[in-house]
Design a protein around this ligand. Structure first.
Ligand code: FAD
Ligand code: NAD
Length: 342
């Protein structure tokens, strides 16, 4: 039975695993994090499994592609996904203050009943693939019969016929740099250091806002503000968990700032936009995403994946497919199909 190692258990790794296991391959995913999901990241505010949760990476996703829609429709029907219908506003700076205006739309936005991370875990469980977390891959080398993969703090390397790397581009470039020849100079990785931009994020607890569950911010430090309590289906709570995401411009420029500095700037702007006084805003969790969304060095979104069929190596990930959950899903799928010769 052919086998594959997939580095990265995010959306791209999950969709690649799904295609390969359906074709009868034995698949093992390796991820450096403590749990799978990658940028589909969910936390609870307390250890209690019933406590409130929030997504602090991806907030929701859309599904336009004909290949992705059936996956989503099946999970909607089975209750693993919900449609989120937030009251959306757009905020713009005006003079010394901000103007907020409602922005009605009919976009179908998908969320998961207990957070996007749990949707990925559900999808992974469906594949039957083996998943090993806290497994940071530090070296890969091509052998006559496949791939040898070394994991940090583990003296026993793993072997497989095929290798799919779904990490962000800079991490993929580091892993492949030592291989030399044309593999060390893959076009898609030519500008890997500029392939992804950062996102500074902060979750705060603050009061509910009337008629506002999601805010697209134009012209500020923040880009997106989302009421994750409403997303979780609680429409009555007086206090909410709000996820704040900064723009790529601010996040890149402040990537090395202290968490405290970033937190204050994000909270100040949230307060200014919403009119909620700082005394009513409690920080819950800050997170710096160093590689969040595609930047200038990313390949064209139609690239989808990069495959070296003769050595059974594939690169996948959102940065090859225009970013976003849907892009990552299509990228992983394309990489696996290419390895299968489909
Ligand atoms: P990842 O999720 O990054 O998975 C890669 C995995 O590789 C990670 O789990 C990582 O731990 C692992 N890894 C890296 N290096 C190694 C190594 N050496 N060894 C082992 N494992 C390794 N998309 C949307 O559609 N809607 C949104 O609302 C949205 N909002 C977002 C908000 C934020 C703040 C961020 C950061 C992203 C957002 N996105 C959104 C984008 C979306 O999250 C990504 O496009 C998607 O999750 C990427 O999936 P992936 O599998 O390509 O990469
Ligand atoms: P989408 O259609 O909801 O959003 C796409 C873009 O359209 C938005 O960014 C926004 O500028 C605009 N938009 C959508 N609805 C709007 C409305 N009612 N009023 C005003 N503007 C509106 O969904 P998508 O294309 O699937 O994108 C998913 C979201 O993920 C986007 O908001 C994107 O910015 C975000 N994202 C964030 C990061 C990050 O690092 N923070 C990374 C990847 C994606």
């Amino acid at each position: 039975m052919p086998n594959a190692l997939i580095i990265g258990a995010g959306v791209a790794g999950t969709s690649a695993a799904s295609v390969l296991t359906k074709a009868g391959w034995q698949v093992r995913l390796l991820d450096k994090a403590r749990a799978p999901g990658g940028r589909c990241a969910t936390r609870r505010i307390a250890a209690d499994p019933g406590s409130a949760w929030f997504d602090y990476g991806a907030q929701y996703f859309t599904a336009d592609d004909a290949a992705f829609r059936p996956v989503v429709d099946a999970d909607l029907a089975a209750g693993h996904l919900n449609c989120w219908q937030p009251a959306i506003q757009v905020a713009e700076p005006v003079g010394d203050g901000w103007r907020r205006a409602s922005s009605p739309d009919r976009r179908r936005r998908l969320v998961a009943p207990t957070g996007l991370n749990h949707w990925i875990r559900h999808r992974l469980a469906q594949t039957g693939a083996d998943i090993r977390c806290v497994a940071r891959v530090v070296d890969v080398s091509a052998q006559a019969d496949g791939w040898r993969v070394a994991i940090e703090h583990d003296p026993a390397p793993l072997h497989a016929n095929a290798l799919i790397i779904t990490t962000p581009a800079p991490q993929a470039a580091t892993l492949l740099a030592g291989l030399g020849g044309h593999i060390g100079q893959i076009d898609a990785l030519a500008h890997a250091d500029q392939a992804l931009r950062a996102c500074q994020s902060l979750v705060v607890e603050a009061p509910a806002l009337p008629d506002c569950h999601g805010l697209f911010v134009k012209g500020g430090v923040l880009a997106w503000i989302a009421d994750n309590t409403h997303k979780a289906g609680d429409t009555a709570a007086a206090r909410r968990l709000w996820t704040l995401h900064a723009t790529p411009e601010f996040s890149d420029a402040h990537v090395e700032d202290t968490p405290e500095t970033v937190q204050q700037i994000l909270m100040d702007e949230f307060s200014a936009i919403t009119g909620i006084v700082l005394a009513q805003i409690t920080p819950v969790r800050g997170h710096r995403w160093r590689y969040a969304r595609p930047g200038d060095g990313a390949p064209d979104a139609r690239t989808l994946c990069h495959v070296e069929p003769e050595i059974r190596l594939a690169l996948a990930g959102d940065w090859l497919a225009g970013g976003r959950v849907e892009g990552a899903w299509l990228s992983g799928r394309a990489a696996a199909q290419a390895l299968l010769g489909q």
